[in-house]
Design a protein around this ligand. Structure first.
Ligand SMILES: Cc1cc2nc3c(=O)[nH]c(=O)nc-3n(C[C@H](O)[C@H](O)[C@H](O)COP(=O)(O)OP(=O)(O)OC[C@H]3O[C@@H](n4cnc5c(N)ncnc54)[C@H](O)[C@@H]3O)c2cc1C
Length: 483
């Protein structure tokens, strides 16, 4: 018995789960030590564990959306990068589909795989190194984990998502946008190199200089060509504090005007915004901006707010530590977990809207929007200049500035309410698409292969040839529904 097998047996024995020993090619099912009967193909020795029990498979047939369930036949918790290679090769030789799962915070089965193998990347979660300019991390590391470690060196990833309990691999597979994207692009624009296990089962290193083709196929590539196992990401110096400004507007056009002014002038370090419910059952608009500083330096409120046309007297200004600002959703998430809403269905809609039509497009939707349409979930609206975006598969409208418009709905667990929200998502997606808009594909919009072709136009051909080259048997990430 080799070392790997004995470690696996000890671990599996400890939790009383039958050890998977192979795959029955005739019945196409996993064979455990308990069930081994006739002929099967042996599983290579693993450093981690391949689970086939019902509870684990049920949990993997779900995500933050709670809208779609696709049941895998197994879930791997890799104990090493080699395990990912071994399982992808094994899956390839037996025509089994594979999907990496970060934190499963996409909402429409993007990380699920029917009758295939889910690779739970959370067990690969080591921060390998941090220096003044970069960090090298496993793909299962959470951004919160990296932030905490980098802040010890007064460093931070340049762009963080609003919620930082997402995996590095998961957001690099989609893009990763936040309030600093107006300065630094999205998270994929801040990656220096990657280690990737391709669908062909090869472990490859790629960057802008080396294997650029693979680098560009994987970043924002929706898991189609490879599983990111390690990433080297940029770090920048972190200030100690954030002064946060919430400014309220009655008019949408006034909000978007000021947001555009602020990003053009780079007046703040962070700029986002929301459509928020007002006391009379209607909507008003909120600009959220932050200026980062380290004492004794302090932001000058007067110059930061000069010339903005928010409703004077409604502004809220607060100082926080930089970490508390980055982690600002934690108390809300704790509250939503406590009251159960966190576990409700989330038929989210995330769109990139061309700036030239944003007031009209968003205005039309908001005029018909009610709190039962959003389930009290936030409605985000903020601008991003596209000259900061460098990766071809991160799709946004062809304009100098685009707006992220996201209706982050919470639905009651009621099939007809969910169906109606999904239908609205599709309608709003089409209206935006017809004006040159795109979707940010972490959301829940019914999407056909023709839609994907249109989504990736004019780089569709590039994606198809990368898929052929790096995932020739089309194993990877079927939950996206692209191939
Ligand atoms: C509360 C909340 C707040 C959010 N805020 C933001 C935000 O501010 N900005 C933003 O951009 N997004 C945001 N998101 C969306 C989030 O970025 C995406 O859903 C992201 O994919 C989640 O990361 P994850 O680790 O959960 O990935 P998963 O949902 O597990 O995976 C997403 C996709 O990537 C694939 N994948 C996962 N890991 C890998 C890997 N290592 N290699 C290759 N493919 C992989 C999966 O198969 C799947 O197709 C938010 C989501 C939630 C729930």
């Amino acid at each position: 018995m080799n070392h790997n097998a004995s470690r696996r047996q000890v671990l599996q024995g400890a939790i009383a789960i039958a050890i998977v020993v192979g795959f029955d090619l005739v019945n196409r099912e996993w064979v455990t030590s308990a069930s081994a009967a006739s002929e099967f193909e042996s599983l290579p020795p693993l450093d981690g564990i391949l689970y086939t029990d019902t509870a684990t498979r049920n949990a993997a047939a779900d995500d933050f959306g709670h809208l779609v369930r696709r049941y895998p036949t197994a879930l791997l918790k890799p104990g090493s990068v080699e395990d990912v290679v071994r399982i992808v090769r094994f899956a390839r030789s037996h025509k089994l589909k594979v999907a990496a799962r970060g934190q499963a915070h996409s909402t429409y089965s993007q990380s699920q795989v029917e009758a295939g193998i889910v690779i739970d990347m959370s067990s690969l979660n080591t921060i390998h190194s941090i220096n003044a300019e970069q960090a090298e991390v496993d793909a299962g590391v959470l951004w919160s984990q990296l932030l905490q470690a980098s802040l010890e060196e007064q460093l931070t990833p340049p762009v963080l998502t609003d919620y930082i309990e997402l995996s590095v691999g998961g957001t690099l597979a989609v893009g990763g946008i936040g309030g600093r994207s107006h300065r630094y692009g999205v998270q994929v624009d801040n990656v220096l190199s990657l280690q990737v296990v391709t669908g062909a089962g090869n472990l490859e290193t790629c960057s802008r200089e080396q294997n650029r083709d693979l680098f560009e196929a994987v970043l924002a590539g929706l898991g189609q060509c490879g599983i990111i196992v390690r990433a080297t990401v940029r770090l920048v110096s972190a200030a100690q504090n954030a002064r946060v400004f919430l400014l309220f507007y009655n008019e949408l056009a006034a909000l978007t005007h000021d947001q555009r002014l602020l990003i053009a002038q780079k007046r703040f370090d962070y700029v986002e915004g929301q459509v928020v419910a007002d006391a009379s059952g209607g909507w008003r608009y909120m600009l959220e901006a932050a200026s980062f500083y380290t004492p004794p330096n302090k932001p000058n409120n007067n110059s930061l707010l000069a010339g903005l046309s928010y409703s004077q007297g409604t502004e809220q200004i607060e100082d926080k530590s930089y970490f508390d600002f980055a982690n600002r959703l934690a108390p809300t998430v704790a509250f939503l977990k406590e009251n159960g809403a966190w576990f409700y269905p989330h038929p989210w809609l995330d769109l990139f809207v061309p700036a030239t039509v944003v007031d009209r497009f968003v205005g039309e939707i908001v005029s018909g929007l009610t709190l039962s349409d959003t389930g009290q979930g936030p409605v985000l609206l903020y601008p991003v200049p596209t000259d900061r975006l460098t990766l071809p598969l991160f799709r946004v409208p062809d304009e100098a500035v685009v707006f992220l418009f996201a209706i982050l709905r919470t639905a009651p667990p009621d099939a007809s309410a969910i169906a109606s929200m999904l239908a609205d998502n599709r309608t709003f997606f089409e209206r935006n698409r017809d004006r040159g808009g795109y979707r940010y594909p972490i959301d829940a919009v019914p999407f056909s292969q023709a839609d994907w072709k249109q989504h990736f136009h004019p780089v569709w051909g590039r994606l198809v040839s990368a898929k052929r080259r790096y995932d020739p048997d089309n194993l990877l990430t079927p939950g996206q529904g692209i191939f």
